[in-house]
Design a protein around this ligand. Sequence first.
Ligand code: G3H
Ligand code: 13P
Ligand code: NA
Ligand code: ZN
Length: 328
Amino acid sequence: PLVPMRLLLDHAAENDYGLAAFNVNNMEQIQSIMEAAEETDSPVIIQASRGARSYSQDNYLRHLMLAASELYPNIPIVMHQDHGNSPATCQSAIDNGFTSVMMDGSLQEDGKTPADFEYNVKVTKEVVESAHSQGVSVEGELGCLGSLESGEGEAEDGHGAVGKLSHDQLLTDPDEAERFVAETDVDALAVAIGTSHGAYKFTRKPDGDVLDMKRIEEIHKRLPNCHLVMHGSSSVPQELQDIINEFGGELKQTWGVPVEEIQRGIKSGVRKVNVDTDNRLAITGAIRKVLATDPSKFDPRDYLKPARAAMKEVCVARMTAFGQAGNA
Ligand code: G3H
Ligand code: 13P
Ligand code: NA
Ligand code: ZN
C-alpha cells in the first residue's frame, strides 16, 4: 500500500536503519526499485522532483505508483514530492496521490535565491499544518546544498549554481535546526553538510573538510528524535563512471559520497538517503554498452531491459547497505 513517510521513518529509527529514497521519471525506474524491494524485502521510498512530475505527467505517475502498490501488496511504499518549491506545489502533489512532500524553503520559490530563516519557517509550517490534516508527511530543509570545496551554492534541483555562499550558509546550524523543528513540526529534516546534486560532488575522495559528517552528529545530539535526511547522496561509483566512458561517454573523473560515510550518518539519525545520480549512471552505462557493442539493435526493450537490471542492482546494493533490507 501507499503509506505516509512518517510510518517508515519511525520504524527505521526504532530499528537503527536508513531508507534510500530513489528518484523516478518513468515506468522502468519504478520497476527497478520494486524488483529490488521484493528481492531484499525492503520498504520503499519513491520520489519525484518537479521536473519529474512535468516530464512523466502526474496522471501517468499516479497510475504507475498505484500499479506498483497493486503488484506488491505486502511492500509499504511512500510516494514523495522531492524539493517542493512552494505550498502550492506540495498541495498539487497531495492532490495527485503523493503520501509525503518536501517543502524546500531553504531557497525562495524561484528555487535559486537563498531564503531567510523566517521565510523557511513560515512556508514549511504552512505545509505541515495542511499536509498533516490530510495524513501526509513533510520533509523540510535547513541550510543550502552546495560545495564546501568551491563555495558554490546550487539551485534546488541541482540545475545550475546560485553563486558563492558563505561557509555558514552551506552548513546547517545546529541551534537553528533545533528552533526550526520546534517551530515547524516537520517529520524529517534535510541538512546541508557539503553534498550537492549530480555527478560532480567532489574533486577527490571526500574528507571531513568537504563532507561534514560531524555536523550530522552535532545536530543529532540536539535533536535525537528528529529523522534526518541526506540529499546529494549518490556514491558515484568508479565502475559506473568507467562503463560509461568505455562505451563512448565523456564523464570527467569525479567522487561522490562513500557508502561508509552514509552508514556513519545512519548511526546518527539519518533515516532517508536521497539517491538519483547513481541510478542515472547505471542506466546510461547499460544502454551505451548495448548500443556500442550491438549497433544493429533498435528495439527499445533490447536496451531498456539491461538498463532496468542495472538500476535494480544499484537499488539492491543501497537497500542492503543502508539496512532497510528485511524490513518490509
Ligand atoms: O533534486 C535532484 C534530483 O536528482 C532530481 O533531479 O530535478 O533533474 O529531476 P531533476
Ligand atoms: P544525487 O544527485 O546525489 O543522486 O542526489 C539526489 C537528491 O538529493 C534528490 O533530491
Ligand atoms: Na526530498
Ligand atoms: Zn535533493
